[in-house]
Design a protein around this ligand. Structure first.
Ligand code: ZN
Length: 97
């Protein structure tokens, strides 16, 4: 079974599991619960760090959390800029700057 969750739902679920695991702290936490928790942390990390570059369609890993670069690198960023500029040129003519 595949389950699709939004990032917000995933964060909520992780929070609930963290509390559930904390309650088990004295005894030994349920292995299944631990596995589930790890799966969620992993899925969350993947979805927040990996993006698809809109230019080359490559999946890339975000270097830093917070600042979000849309492109996999400087080359694709440049290419996207040129594409936007060319599109504007075609629409508004060569005098557009
Ligand atoms: Zn790219």
């Amino acid at each position: 079974m595949r389950l699709e969750l939004t990032l917000q739902e995933t964060a909520h679920l992780r929070h609930c599991l963290t509390e559930a695991l904390a309650r088990h702290e004295r005894g030994h936490a349920d292995e299944e619960l631990k596995n589930l928790f790890n799966k969620i942390v992993e899925a969350e990390a993947r979805s927040t760090r990996q993006r698809t570059c809109p230019v080359c369609q490559q999946l890339f890993t975000q270097e830093t959390v917070g600042r979000t670069g849309r492109y996999c690198g400087a080359a694709c960023k440049q290419k996207a800029y040129r594409q936007r500029r060319d599109k504007a040129m075609r629409r508004y003519g060569p005098h557009f700057s």
